[in-house]
Design a protein around this ligand. Structure first.
Ligand SMILES: *Cc1c(COP(=O)(O)O)cnc(C)c1O
Length: 416
């Protein structure tokens, strides 16, 4: 049986343990929701002061040049690129994941429509269990294009190879499922999509900063993802979009705003796309929020994803093992694959009173979240979690379940 002392011993041997002190975590909190909103790097406060007081307050509009505001989406993209197996000049941090999905999917459909070999294709494939905004964006785009596009949603990842056939224009998949934490086979599914003549868009919302991603090696077509989850960019921080060099010349989308123009300050009345990745931009960026993203990315520059992945897998194994040991006999079902090759960096358990149990956990300082139906979600962020945190979280969960110390009638807040 694993003891708290065993966990403390793991912490003493942890090569990443020193990062925890760089985060402003409140005392008495075990934060298992970094997969939804990353914790605040302490340095973000200083950076925020600098942006607000100096760059905005003192330098005013001169900061677009002087503080490099205008180049920020590309500069941050270049810092993010190594985390997802991309090259400099292929990523911009901008807009939201939803908006970037719209752009990437629109570009993929247009590229297929312009290719005589695929011009007749009208099917978009995704998973029914994908994060709703991904599905909604595809539905919205298909409806607005009004060219007969339909969405083919599979009920299980095992159905994907069969669903991705020669009628498919584009595939849009989330690498790590937001509920189950299941990790899809990016190289395999990308190769299969290409063999069928389809293009593939990967959503890395629960992958970027959580596990090594190799977009270029997988020969993926497009990718998007969040910076406010594992990358600790702050609430609502802008997302990213990846367009590999090989596709940039043909990458076009309907949100052709002035920031995507070849020469925005020419103030031309004709849109001409920027030759490089800046064509994925639309309009003026939220600079104060964007500046926070850099703080999180700079921390990643001092780690390596392989070490983070090793710790993440030990933590998720530890959590699953402890829950099964300490909460045996409780009506809990593990939703997350046990195989390492199929697991992201969060773990989900279903409980008939999942919402009430999660509220009780949060009330006692163990912060995870709840997703329908009945799913309690626990995110493991190797940068700022200790093994003792994992032990303490399970200790609290076991106590709540044993004593049924939760309010089955708890009313739902707007955000669960
Ligand atoms: C978190 C998440 C999003 C969020 O999209 P926003 O546009 O930032 O609201 C999108 N897709 C997936 C798969 C997510 O996990």
């Amino acid at each position: 049986m694993t003891t708290r002392d065993d966990c403390l011993a793991l912490d003493r041997a942890d090569e990443l343990a020193h990062f925890k002190q760089e985060f402003a975590l409140p005392a008495g909190i075990v934060y298992l929701d970094g997969n939804s909103l990353g914790a605040r790097p302490k340095a973000a406060l200083q950076r925020a002061r600098q942006v607000v007081e100096q760059e905005w307050g003192e330098d005013l509009i001169r900061s677009w040049n002087k503080a490099g505001w205008f180049e920020l989406p590309g500069r941050l993209g270049d810092k993010l690129a190594p985390l997802i197996g991309a090259q400099p000049g292929e990523v911009v941090v901008t807009d939201t994941t939803s908006v970037n999905l719209f752009k990437a999917l629109a570009a993929a459909l247009r590229m297929q429509a312009e290719n005589p070999a695929t011009a007749q294709r009208r099917v978009i494939v995704s998973e029914r269990s994908n994060f709703p905004t991904d599905v909604y964006i595809a539905q919205g785009l298909a409806q607005w294009l009004d060219s007969g596009y339909t969405l083919r949603l599979v009920d299980a990842p095992e159905e994907l190879p069969q669903a991705i056939d020669a009628s498919v224009a584009a595939v849009m998949l989330t690498h790590v499922n937001y509920r189950s934490g299941r990790l899809l086979d990016m190289p395999g599914l990308t190769a299969h999509a290409h063999a069928q003549g389809a293009l593939i868009v990967w959503d890395l919302a629960h992958s970027a900063g959580a596990l090594p991603v190799e977009l270029e090696q997988a020969n993926a077509d497009f990718a998007v993802g969040c910076t406010y989850k594992y990358l600790n960019g702050g609430p609502g921080a802008p997302a990213f979009i990846w367009v590999p060099k090989r596709h940039q010349a043909r990458f076009g989308h309907p949100l052709s705003g002035w920031w995507g123009h070849a020469n925005p300050f020419a103030m031309s009345s004709e849109f001409a796309p920027h030759p490089g990745i800046a064509r994925a931009l639309c309009g003026t960026q939220p600079i104060t929020s964007l500046a926070m993203v850099e703080v999180g990315l700079d921390m990643y520059a001092r780690t390596d994803m392989a070490a983070l992945r090793r710790k993440s897998l030990v933590m998720t194994d530890l959590f699953i093992g402890l829950v099964e040991e300490r909460c045996a006999g409780q009506p809990l079902t593990l939703d997350t694959p046990r195989e390492h090759g199929l697991r992201g960096s969060h773990v989900s358990f279903t409980h008939p009173q999942g919402y009430a149990v999660m509220q009780a956990l949060i009330g006692r300082g163990v912060i995870g979240d709840y997703r329908e139906p009945g799913i309690m979600r626990f995110g493991f962020t190797p940068l700022y979690l200790s093994y003792a945190d994992v032990w303490d979280a399970v200790d609290t969960l076991a106590d709540i379940l044993q004593r049924q110390a939760y309010d089955a009638g708890a009313t739902r807040s707007a955000v669960t």
